[in-house]
Design a binder for this molecule. Structure first.
Ligand SMILES: [Zn+2]
Length: 229
């Protein structure tokens, strides 16, 4: 499976089931360890009060959004002098309380676009996880190549990406090798095929609107003389 679907916290978080739907991939998971610390008084508890499902968005996989549905437990705080009677167990630092997405989903953003707290969390994750750190560096460097619109450094990047430990990045790099001339031209040239793509899209749209109802002559007029129809 791809790293997007690997458990971000394999020691505690177990993937129970994965469902590939048309619009998204749903990963159902649960925390395997029993017991948690009250965030207010730091006392440990293993008395479960109730469960609920926490939803977190993750990096997309094969073009589909990935959503984690994680069974999370509420615990009773056993410290009688604590004002917090019930608390929710915490997930990995990559999913701070109230976060709607795994922090790694932000790992494609450059540091300057993250808030200070997010920068700290990202740095923490990168120092704990070599794979994430490598993916972040390669993604940022590729992003810079695109932003600078220059293929200088592309060969070096490609070489490192092809040799890295992350299967998804190797596969992405192999795809770029197959299309290398076009990729280099895309980086170096100021031209884009956006205009052509838009015209093709327009042609298909008009063709489908009249599917089964009009002849080629009408299609021709509608494409070439849009003001007449
Ligand atoms: Zn407490």
């Amino acid at each position: 499976m791809t790293s997007a679907l690997r458990s971000p916290d394999p020691e505690r978080l177990q993937v129970l089931e994965m469902e590939v739907r048309e619009e998204a991939i749903i990963v159902r998971a649960a925390i395997t360890t029993l017991g948690a610390y009250c965030p207010l008084c730091q006392h440990s508890s293993n008395i479960v009060h109730s469960h609920y499902v926490r939803t977190l968005a993750d990096l997309p996989c094969s073009g589909l959004p990935v959503r984690w549905h994680i069974q999370v437990r509420r615990y009773k705080c056993l410290n009688t002098s604590c004002s917090r009677k019930i608390f929710v167990e915490r997930l990995h630092p990559g999913a701070p309380a109230y976060a709607r997405r795994w922090l790694r989903q932000k790992s494609l953003l450059p540091l300057e676009r993250l808030r200070e707290k997010q920068q700290e969390q990202l740095q923490k994750l990168r120092s704990h996880d070599n794979e994430l750190n490598m993916a972040y560096e390669l993604a940022q460097r590729f992003r810079n190549l695109l932003n600078q619109r220059s293929s200088a450094g592309f060969e070096q990047w490609l070489e490192e990406a092809l040799a890295c430990d992350i299967a998804e990045i190797r596969s992405f790099a192999r795809g770029l090798v197959r299309d290398k001339k076009a990729v280099r031209a895309g980086l170096d040239q100021p031209w884009s095929q956006g205009q052509v793509e838009a015209q093709v899209h327009r042609l298909k749209l008009i063709k489908r609107q009249s599917y089964g109802r009009a002849t080629f002559d009408l299609l021709r007029v509608r494409v070439l003389h849009p003001t007449l129809t």
